[in-house]
Design a protein around this ligand. Structure first.
Ligand SMILES: Nc1ncnc2c1ncn2[C@@H]1O[C@H](COP(=O)(O)OP(=O)(O)OP(=O)(O)O)[C@@H](O)[C@H]1O
Length: 809
């Protein structure tokens, strides 16, 4: 064995240089059928030549003459081919070429192993040479039997070896061929004789069969047939007979890499050339069948992708049509109209007010937005910024306008901004932002077209990057419209397979329209009837269920060695994750709570804890929260919630305190309402006019989606057993899962209390595996839940488990 290993690398090196031609399917069909037909033509021509060869003899020199008639069934081509192969070539042994060409065609057509085909050609050509030499021995002149080559080789050999020498050389060639090709050994020949003798004496006993040595799984079919005839020996007898023929290698032992039961015999330093030859063969196979350096899973997934293409999560609803733009309304007041007078007036007032306080202005520039115009001023040198900032109210008074905001300085610009509302604000329609290039061509994971900025640019953000959004604003300032804009954006961009919504609507009326798309886009608890949650107790269950979903997803990501949902889904699409191990395409889940204050007031900590947990951990696994509230007071938006919601939207609020709660600064109290909002993702405040989407528009969109083919049911969240229905520790022994014992054995044997282990070993879904873990916890077999770590196993071995379970009853 050691010898074999030593030899291998050298041969592999030389073999790697083999050129490999990759043909397309069409090319294979063409090339393969050409070879097969060429084989048939050769065969027909040769057969015909045997009968018509003499008659066509005279035509050979005149084949280019069209008028010359030939007898061969393939006419002149047949005459020429037969003359070339049989007469001038190898004689009747040339029939083997016909076979080889035909075989090559079949191999190419059926895409069989090229290594095997090379082997057939190698041995085929050797046989042709050997046969033609053998036949040439018996022919005196250029005879059909051996052809010119057979005759010439013979006369050459006979000049040096004489007739006897030539015959012996041919015999040696035959022995060598049999030994290498059919793994014939001296022992097997001896055994053949012995068995023949035994046969003769009718003493053949069953014991002989038992001792047949299985030589090799790697033999070719012909070799297999040959082997059965020879392999009737007993191991004992074979061992006794030590070989004296130096040319016979021991192929059983050292030539076959895939050997299952190597015989006990020691390896002899037999004919080196032969060892090399045989090893070359086996290495060829390896080179063919182990493509480059891909791992086993890559290999399999590449094959799956090649066979079936990438996994397409949208396949089940492949006919799904995204809502068309026409469903959204166009507004007359759209498009900014510059009122030059208003601009001039405002500019003068700003300049005058500042002059009253001795603040000179070097330059002023206006940027007109849909609802607000930004005047950027560069004050004279030496003016303190804080001085201008303090004049906010005075400027507002002089402009007699609501919603003036001073940004001093504008980050990154070196100017001071004064935002003044336009007298006639324009509506930013949902249609205009959805139709914008920025939204349409965005490659964000969860793109949301929120509206337009002060410089009239479409403002698109990625919810996946936020990763959670807090929305606040006094009543009637545009929160519900904002939420609808968020949901509409996602409906226009994401397939039902890619995103699911959990809608919590304590106001009971705001989100009801989305009921129509329940089986497309909504997720709900298994036992609940309505997908849109209006009952506060159900919210608690849903949030806890979402936490279970989060844990399950983390487990999946961990097993798949992915850092986030995007990587995981790419891997799943590439078929690198096996659905039998519980893997599945994971849609994003967006939880929308329309009135968070109401929830906190009624459920308090029970809601806050899971929300905070989700907000802290859920970003990587594709669960995103959007929470809206009318009352951005500190007891609603607590520190822990604020800390985990870096992205915030503030519509107009009534007090500076509220503004500070939501934005950590003032500003929201100076907005003008009706969708005027400030957006922050941790640092800068961006003033945006929220896109307006009316209820009839949302209705049209949900109708359009709802009328299409849907999934059989809404996306099911994991079951959560709430407090009121008993904790998991109260599980009755009689209610245990049928697989409880098996699960206990798996967990105790592996000493690892994880649901995913049960999923894998017992081939279960998440829910059932999760329930089993709960039951195991109730039975005292595993410890309590420990976050992302596996639970502790409290039973050390199977005997202890048996005792434990017996004592229970
Ligand atoms: N982006 C917008 N563009 C133009 N008008 C808007 C916009 N957003 C809201 N409005 C106007 O403000 C009204 C109230 O908006 P909305 O219902 O969203 O308020 P809300 O903050 O959800 O109030 P509540 O908290 O009472 O539900 C809308 O009917 C609409 O007329």
């Amino acid at each position: 064995m050691a010898k074999k290993n030593n030899n291998k690398p050298n041969h592999t090196k030389t073999k790697f240089k083999m050129p490999s031609f990759k043909l397309s399917s069409q090319q294979k069909l063409i090339f393969g059928s050409f070879l097969a037909i060429l084989g048939i033509m050769l065969f027909v021509a040769f057969i015909s030549f045997l009968f018509t060869g003499d008659a066509d003899q005279s035509t050979i020199t005149q084949l280019t003459n069209r008028n010359v008639k030939t007898q061969n069934w393939l006419s002149k081509a047949g005459v020429w081919l037969s003359n070339f192969f049989i007469e001038r070539g190898f004689g009747v042994a040339s029939f083997i070429f016909a076979g080889l060409f035909f075989l090559s065609g079949i191999y190419v057509l059926m895409n069989l192993s090229k290594a095997k085909l090379r082997k057939h050609w190698f041995w085929g050509i050797l046989i042709v040479i050997w046969l033609s030499t053998l036949f040439g021995f018996f022919s005196n002149t250029f005879d059909l039997l051996g052809g010119t080559i057979g005759f010439e080789v013979n006369s050459y050999l006979q000049d040096y070896l004489g007739k006897t020498g030539t015959i012996l050389l041919l015999l040696f060639g035959l022995i060598t061929y049999l030994a290498i090709r059919f793994k014939v050994t001296f022992e097997s020949i001896a055994a053949l004789f012995k068995s023949a003798k035994s046969d003769f004496k009718e003493e053949f006993s069953k014991s002989n069969e038992d001792t047949i040595v299985p030589v090799d799984n790697n033999l070719s079919d012909e070799a297999e047939a040959f082997k059965t005839a020879f392999d009737l020996s007993t191991e004992k007898e074979a061992a006794k007979e030590t070989t004296t023929i130096s040319s016979t290698p021991e192929p059983k032992v050292d030539s076959t890499p895939l050997e299952v039961n190597p015989p006990v015999k020691s390896v002899e330093k037999s004919d080196l050339e032969m060892t090399v030859e045989v090893e070359e063969e086996s290495i060829e196979m390896e080179v063919e069948e182990v493509p480059e350096e891909l791992s086993e899973t890559d290999n399999l997934s590449n094959k799956l992708v090649a066979d079936f293409g990438q996994f397409d999560p949208t396949l089940e609803l492949s006919q799904f049509k995204f809502p068309p733009l026409d469903l959204l309304k166009k507004y007359d007041s759209e498009g900014i109209t510059i009122n030059q007078e208003e601009l001039e007036e405002n500019k003068n007032r700003i300049v005058d007010t500042l002059k009253n306080y001795n603040i000179g202005i070097a330059s002023i520039k206006a940027t007109i937005g849909p609802t607000v115009t930004l005047y950027e001023i560069v004050p004279d040198a030496g003016i303190r910024i804080s001085k201008i900032k303090n004049l906010e109210d005075d400027i507002a008074l002089s402009l007699s306008a609501l919603g003036i905001r001073i940004i001093a300085p504008i980050p990154g610009k070196g100017t001071i901004g004064i935002e003044v509302p336009n007298k006639n604000s324009t509506i930013v329609s949902m249609r205009s932002v959805i139709a914008s290039k920025k939204f349409q061509s965005s490659d964000m994971q969860l793109p949301i077209a929120l509206g337009k900025t002060i410089s009239n640019e479409t403002f698109v953000v990625d919810l996946a990057k936020m990763p959670h959004l807090l929305m606040a604003g006094a009543t009637g300032q545009g929160k519900s419209v904002g939420l609808n804009a968020v949901l509409t954006s996602l409906l226009y961009k994401k397939h039902p397979a890619e995103v699911k919504f959990i809608l919590v609507d304590p106001k009971k009326v705001e989100l009801t329209l989305f009921n129509k798309i329940e089986r497309h886009y909504l997720a709900k608890l298994p036992d609940s009837e309505d997908a849109i949650i209006t009952d506060n107790t159900k919210v608690i269950n849903t949030l806890n269920s979402l936490c279970i979903e989060m844990d399950n997803r983390y487990e999946l990501l961990k097993n798949a060695m992915c850092r986030n949902i995007a990587e995981y889904n790419v891997k799943f699409k590439d078929r690198k994750l096996n659905p039998n191990d519980g893997h599945q395409y994971l849609p994003y889940i967006v939880l929308v709570v329309d009135e968070f204050a109401d929830l906190i007031m009624t459920a308090g900590k029970e809601v806050e804890t899971p929300i905070a947990r989700l907000a802290q951990l859920a970003r990587a696994i594709g669960i995103h929260l959007i929470i809206a509230t009318q009352r951005p007071s500190v007891n609603v938006i607590t520190g822990i919630i604020k800390a985990n919601f870096p992205a915030r939207i503030a519509f107009r609020v009534t007090s500076k305190i509220d503004s500070r709660t939501i934005l950590d600064g003032s500003g929201a109290d100076q907005l003008i309402g009706r969708g005027d909002m400030l957006y922050t993702q941790g640092n800068d405040l961006i003033r945006v006019q929220c896109a307006f989407v009316d209820t009839p528009e949302v209705e049209k969109i949900t109708d359009y989606i709802g009328s299409q083919k849907a999934y059989p049911e809404a996306y099911m969240l994991p079951e959560f057993v709430g407090e009121e229905s008993g904790t998991s520790l109260d599980i009755d022994i009689a209610d245990r899962d049928k697989l409880f014992k098996e699960a206990a054995i798996v967990i105790v044997t592996a000493q690892q209390g994880s649901a995913s282990l049960l999923q894998r070993k017992l081939k279960l879904g998440y829910n059932r595996a999760g329930r089993l873990i709960d039951q195991l916890e109730a039975a005292g077999i595993v410890g309590p839940f420990e976050g992302s770590k596996a639970r502790q196993v409290l039973i050390t071995d199977l005997t202890a488990l048996d005792n434990h379970l017996e004592n229970e009853i």
